[in-house]
Ligand binder design. Structure first.
Ligand code: 4AD
Length: 581
């Protein structure tokens, strides 16, 4: 006689589908399918819905607790599910066996590969160490060279770098190497491609490669139209980069969200775009230094830790300085002014700090401020100077082939600003905004005295689509130190430079040079003049008509490189709630 089947219980309301559940009356499963798969169909299945089941009208609710044999339809479904389950399990077993086989083969291949030892061939010419963009005294073997005569050979070089891109084929490994100066296509073939280090090579691994330089074959493309045919390479154990789940391509995958990219900025910086922006930034700083030097301006380095404000108390970062309240500087302007008598025209490239409590695409908490101060000038001289410096810097950066090629790739539609820049008074801008139906922040028409908000300013610049020197802002909306216009004391001799896509990149003005006027300005603004004694003294010991400006390097870079936000223009951006990495 066949053994009586065991009974398995299913309560669709309170049961639990888990392998650890015994399927007893006290601990039933939840579904017939799960119970059936667990017991391989070898039981009798009793079911109930102890809470939601239907009972005949008038019957006692306790009828819900009665167990009934599983319905035929439920069993049929369970049989199908069991079959599927068994098939899937068999497939998985097969795959596991296959994987095991492959792992074993790979392991064996690795063990074999480890036995391959490569050495530099001492009979080859001595390799010349170069950077990846070096071209001086370098010969390429022609792609069509037939023989191997000494005259036909390319220069034998050695290069250090990191693996930027990697393509492994059966007998050849293509490496795109980068070293911060350029890129080079390198080919590992023959024994080199079969070594353990070659088989396990990952992106960002550091490597030294020796070999001969060839022209790229017709139709192929590579940086500087050359490629390195390796005859030897070397990877120290600590030079290897993580692979698998930890590979750089997994951690900063294309299309990753901006927060991840910012948290992993140290890795993002290794990418093509971020590194190009940083290289353009480097050259722009160099261009400013060089243009300023050509104008006989002197570089100074004012302090970052200060006890005076320049651009209003709202954006001051305060800190405790040995028990005294101090600030991170908002601008070095006041210090630059003190240099004029002894140094002539001066400039600085320093950090400025603003506790901006808004997250816009052009505000940072820490930014690089290029500031200049010029002595014995008129307001028109100041405007001419700003126009000259900006156009010379742009001319210089576009004249550098490497920088120009980065800019072309980053911002193909960049247009060199036409000279002269459009000069527009603030009061005319207010009329222009109203004529174009652009409202102020309260949704009203603009009125004289309004601060032109970021959105309105950007719209105006985008419509005008040219570089604008916006001048003569009202006294009330500008800083305490600005010189009033002699012909209209309601306004200051001030200027903002606006550029398409970004808006304001420069803020400048003539400075109040009269002692009494300056003291009255402190009073008007409610600023205690005491900590400014050194600034005020400039008006006591040989005052002069002078003025200057500050240019935000990140905004300037965002304009040139067509960046959506100034955050991309910083090495490690600092803005509200981000002070890492
Ligand atoms: O217009 P601002 O506030 O002017 C000054 O600080 C003057 N004291 C400068 C001077 O005359 N020496 O700032 C000048 C420029 C702005 O046009 C802008 O490009 C940049 O500095 N800037 C900022 N850039 C990034 N993030 C911020 N929070 C910025 N605030 C100003």
């Amino acid at each position: 006689m066949a053994e009586p089947k065991s009974i398995v219980y299913v309560d669709e309301d309170v049961g639990v589908d888990e392998a650890s559940v015994p399927g007893t009356e006290a601990q039933p499963f939840k579904t017939v399918v799960f119970a059936y798969i667990q017991t391989q169909g070898a039981a009798d299945y009793l079911t109930r819905k102890s809470k939601t089941g239907t009972v005949l009208e008038g019957a006692d609710k306790s009828a819900l607790l009665e167990w009934k044999p599983a319905a035929k339809s439920a069993l049929k479904k369970a049989v199908n599910a069991l079959q599927q389950h068994q098939k899937k399990a068999a497939r998985e077993k097969e795959l596991a066996v296959q994987r095991q086989k492959e792992d074993k083969a790979r392991h064996a291949a690795f063990e074999e590969a480890k036995k391959i030892v490569i050495e530099e061939d001492s009979s080859l010419p001595k390799a010349k160490r170069i950077r990846l963009d070096d071209q001086e005294d370098i010969k390429l073997r022609s792609a069509s060279a037939a023989g191997d005569s000494v005259e036909e050979r390319g220069t034998r070089i050695r290069v250090f770098g990191r693996v930027h891109n990697l393509r492994k084929q059966k007998d050849v490994i293509f490496i795109e190497l980068k070293d911060g100066y350029g890129k080079m296509q390198c080919l590992l073939t023959g024994k080199l491609a079969k070594t353990y280090d070659a088989l396990t090579l990952t992106r960002e691994t550091s490597i030294e490669i020796y070999g001969e330089l060839y022209e790229v074959p017709p139709g192929a493309k590579a940086s500087l139209n050359r490629e390195l045919h390796a005859d030897y390479f070397r990877i120290e154990p600590i030079w290897k980069a993580a692979g698998g789940e930890d590979a750089i391509t997994t951690r900063v995958a294309p299309g990753a969200d901006p927060t991840t990219l910012l948290n992993l900025r140290h890795l993002t910086l290794r990418g093509d775009k971020a590194s190009a922006v940083m290289l353009v930034r480097d050259y722009i700083e160099h261009a400013f230094l060089s243009v300023y030097r050509s104008l006989r301006m002197r570089k100074v380095s004012p302090p970052a830790l200060v006890q005076t404000q320049v651009e209003g108390g709202a954006t001051l970062f305060k800190f405790d300085y040995y028990g005294e309240t101090s600030f991170l500087t908002q601008s070095s302007q006041l210090y630059l002014e003190t240099c004029l008598p002894s140094m002539g025209d001066v400039y600085c490239i320093e950090k400025s700090f603003r506790a901006e409590k808004s997250l816009t695409r052009r505000h940072l908490s820490e930014y690089t401020h290029i500031e200049a101060e010029l002595d014995f000038i008129s307001f028109d001289d100041l405007l001419d100077h700003i126009e000259l410096v900006i156009s010379r810097v742009i001319e210089m950066i576009l004249g550098d082939p490497e920088t120009a090629s980065h800019i072309k790739r980053l911002n193909p539609s960049f247009e060199v600003p036409k000279l002269p820049f459009l000069r527009m008074r603030y009061s005319d801008a207010i009329d222009w905004l109203n004529e174009h139906g652009i409202e102020n922040e309260d949704g009203k028409t603009h009125a004289f005295g309004d601060d032109i908000a970021e959105a309105a300013e950007r719209r105006m610049t985008d419509i005008l689509n040219q570089t604008v020197l916006l001048t003569h802002f009202p006294v009330e909306i500008k800083a305490f130190y600005m010189q009033k216009d002699k012909n209209d004391p309601r306004v200051t001799e001030s200027v903002d430079v606006l550029v398409p896509g970004v808006g304001e990149v420069v803020g400048g003005s003539m400075r109040m040079d009269d002692y009494n006027e300056l003291m009255a300005a402190y009073k008007r603004e409610g600023i205690d003049p005491e900590p400014y004694y050194w600034y005020i003294d400039q008006r006591k010991y040989g005052s002069s008509p002078h003025g200057g400006y500050g240019l935000g390097l990140e905004r300037f870079l965002a304009w040139i490189c067509g960046l959506h936000t100034v955050r991309e223009a910083c090495l490690y951006p600092r803005y509200m709630n981000r002070c890492t990495p």
